[in-house]
Design a binder for this molecule. Sequence first.
Ligand code: DC
Length: 210
Amino acid sequence: MTDRRRGPARAVLVAIDGPAGSGKSTLARALAERLGVERLDTGAMYRAVAWAVLRDGADPADGAAVAAAAGALALEVGERVVADGTDVTEAIRGPEVGAAVSVVAAHPAVRDVLVGRQRAWAAARAGGVVEGRDIGSVVFPDADLKLYLTADPDVRAARRAEEGAVALARRDRLDRTRAASPLEVPAGARVVDTGAHSVEEIVEEVLGWL
Ligand code: DC
C-alpha cells in the first residue's frame, strides 16, 4: 500500500467539478496536500479574465474581445492570483467580477484558450488536483479520478453568504444552461454530497478510490 501522506508512487490527476459553494476548493486543497501534488483553481482563471475585461472597459458579451484578453493575460494561479503583474486574489472574488464571470465563461473561444492553458499546467507537472465546471467532462476526461460535488442549495448559499443566494442562483443557472461545456456530472464521475460529511471523512473516502 502507498502511504498517501508521503505522496503517490506515480503522478495522479484528480478532476473536481460542481456548482458554486459545493466545496471544490476546500476538498481540492486537502487532497492536493495529502497527495503531494499541486492544485489548480480554474474558476480563478475565468475570474481573472473577467477582471481584465472590466479593467479594460471591454464588453464581457463580446466573445472575440474576451478571447483576445484571455490569450494576452499573464496569469499565475496559486494561493495568490496574479494577473498582468497585479495581485487580484481579493478583487476576483468581488461582486463586479462575480456578475461578469459566467458571461465571460460562456464564450467557446475563451474556453478554448483557458482549456489549453489548463492542459499545459497539468502536462508540466504530470498531474495535480484540478477543480472547475468542465474538468472531468472536457478538460481531462481521462483523469485518474473524477469527482462531482453537490450540496443542498441552502448549504451552498450559506458557504457563499457574501455573494448572496440570488447572485449564486443566477450564476449556477448560467453555468448549467450555456451551450459550451455546461456544468454537468461527467461520465464516470463519483458524486459526493459535501454537506453530509466532514472534510476529513470525505478525503479518506476519496483517497480510497484512487
Ligand atoms: O469556481 P468559481 O465559482 O470561482 O468559478 C467562477 C465561474 O467561472 C463559474 O461561475 C463558471 C466559470 N467556470 C467555468 O466555466 N469553467 C470552469 N472550469 C471553472 C469555472
